[in-house]
Design a protein around this ligand. Structure first.
Ligand code: DQA
Length: 183
């Protein structure tokens, strides 16, 4: 089963009450529930977390390397400032989709620059909560297709050897996914 980590950055805990004309009225809990519902439909395991702390976000991204197949992240304000989050995403090398509720390219100039976009598989901005659901579908399709491609591009004997050498796929689910985790 594919495992995807969904990371919400600073101030997204205030969704529903925060600047409703920009971010809408849906709470973070309600958003997370709709992501979890789609994940079940797709047969994907998702873990969701939120932090206002840059270092904590970096640590979660680092830890994701051995525990997840991909990341969906709304780095919120850190999008425009954080070399550390960009470097963490580049370091782990997991396919990562950047999501923004608002269209950052239509807003103040300082929001036009994303430090994350250059290391992301793709960016979705301006579609509100639907953006997360599209990101989940897109990442699921990407991971499924690239898994298939990997198998197809490996010559048969090498594939057999690789299979013999494979450790059990059941990576631990016991991660301490921080206080912000909803799963
Ligand atoms: C945001 C856009 C950012 O510029 C802002 O700082 C946020 C939310 C969005 O989802 O639209 O906090 O990432």
């Amino acid at each position: 089963m594919l495992r995807i980590l969904v990371v919400h950055g600073p101030n997204l805990n205030l969704l529903g009450t925060r600047e409703q004309s920009i971010y809408g009225t849906l709470s973070l809990d309600a958003l997370d529930s709709s992501i979890t519902k789609l994940a079940k439909e797709l047969g994907v395991q998702v873990n969701l977390c939120q932090s206002n702390n840059e270092g904590e976000l970096v640590t979660w991204i680092q830890e994701a390397q051995t525990r997840y197949d991909g990341i969906i992240i709304n780095p919120a304000a850190y999008t425009h400032t954080s070399v550390a989050i960009r470097d963490a995403i580049a370091a782990v090398g997991l396919p990562t989709v950047e999501v923004h509720l608002s269209n950052i390219h239509q807003r103040e100039e300082f929001r036009h620059r994303s430090y994350i976009a250059g290391v992301a598989l793709g960016q979705i901005a301006g579609l509100g909560p639907t953006g997360y659901l599209l990101a989940l579908r897109g990442l699921h399709d990407h991971l499924t297709a690239s898994g298939r491609q990997k198998k197809m591009s490996t010559p048969a004997p090498a594939r057999r050897r690789a299979k013999e050498m494979q450790p059990s796929r059941s990576r631990s689910n016991d991660r301490k996914q921080s206080e912000g985790s909803t799963e």
